[in-house]
Design a protein around this ligand. Structure first.
Ligand SMILES: [Fe+2]
Length: 308
């Protein structure tokens, strides 16, 4: 079982692919690795993020700027959320996020070519608080192993790709991961109610589907999306799983960037402060290994379709 990270050595900031003639093969290979549950790690930034922007993010008195769990930015609408305060500071933050987001989107399009132009650009976020002993409510705790699912953005079988950067110049960001999704699902999905979601009535599915087409918030959820939302909470609540599952500790060094499909790799943030992150949603049609997607693994377990 290899669940540690894979260091990417053939793609660099500025110049891109080290061997441009092998770009297609390598790019596809990295998508395959991500979809099979591997974490890809760059020891140095693979995109531009000016030193003055990094310093500005680190220098803010975040406790004084009133702020929610994280600061988030919606690239499509140019909206910054989760922070209020001095308009000049907010303006500068928004422009840092805008540039960061543009740089990561450009990088991801080149590095993971099979997804380029096919994925939805989701939010980006900055996490300025020390994660160790944050004292958040159970379902919001980052230090409990979980898979990601977003209440307001159902993926309908698509995958959640996240690009993280540890902006802390001195301290590693420490994660725990565990066994592959298939193992976790085999052991816990039945108890988490997989059958109930798989047998959901036609009426309920149609209502969700219509709501989604009308663009109603939180609608458009397939039985897969509903199961995954429940599974996120179920895993965090399950004290046996949290205590007994095999754990792999990963220490991402200062300024490392790592890519991971967080709907399929259970993760917990044990410590660290100052991470930047951009999320992408990859639709099933863009996947290079759809058979390894959580929805397909769960459909096999349930012997029923969960996405339609
Ligand atoms: Fe997460």
């Amino acid at each position: 079982m290899n669940l540690s990270w894979i260091v990417v050595e053939d793609y660099r900031r500025g110049t891109g692919w080290v061997n441009p003639e092998r770009r297609d093969t390598r790019s596809r290979r990295y998508c395959e690795l991500l979809e099979s549950g591997q974490i890809l790690m760059f020891p140095e930034l693979p995109f531009a993020l000016p030193a003055e922007d990094q310093e500005f993010l680190l220098a803010q008195e975040w406790a004084e700027l009133r702020l929610h769990k994280n600061v988030s930015y919606r690239p499509g609408e140019d909206i910054l959320k989760g922070v209020t305060g001095n308009p000049e500071t907010i303006g500068r933050l928004r422009s840092i996020f805008r540039n960061y987001s543009t740089a990561v989107i450009d990088f991801a399009g080149k590095f993971l070519e099979p997804y380029a132009g096919k994925c939805t650009i989701d939010f980006s976020s900055f996490r300025p608080f020390e994660e160790e002993r944050r004292g958040l409510p159970l379902h919001k705790r980052n230090d409990l192993l979980h898979v990601d699912a977003f209440p307001s953005r159902p993926t309908q079988g698509g995958r959640i790709l996240r690009v993280f950067t540890n902006l802390n110049p001195k301290k590693a960001r420490v994660w725990n991961t565990t066994e592959p999704f298939e193992e976790v699902a085999k052991r816990y999905a039945p108890d988490a109610g997989l059958r109930r979601f798989a047998e959901q009535s036609w009426v309920r599915r149609t209502v969700q589907d219509l709501g989604g087409k009308l663009g109603l918030r939180g609608m458009g959820r397939t039985p897969y999306d509903m199961f995954m939302l429940g599974f996120h909470d179920y895993l965090k609540e399950n004290t046996d799983f949290q205590r007994d599952c095999p754990k792999i500790r990963l220490e991402f060094p200062p300024l490392a960037t790592w890519l991971v499909l967080t709907d399929g790799v259970a993760h917990a943030v044990m410590s660290g402060q100052y991470a930047l992150e951009q999320t992408f949603l990859i639709p099933p049609a863009a996947l290079v290994r759809p058979e390894q997607a959580p929805y397909r693994i769960l459909e096999k377990l349930a012997a029923r379709p969960l996405v339609s």
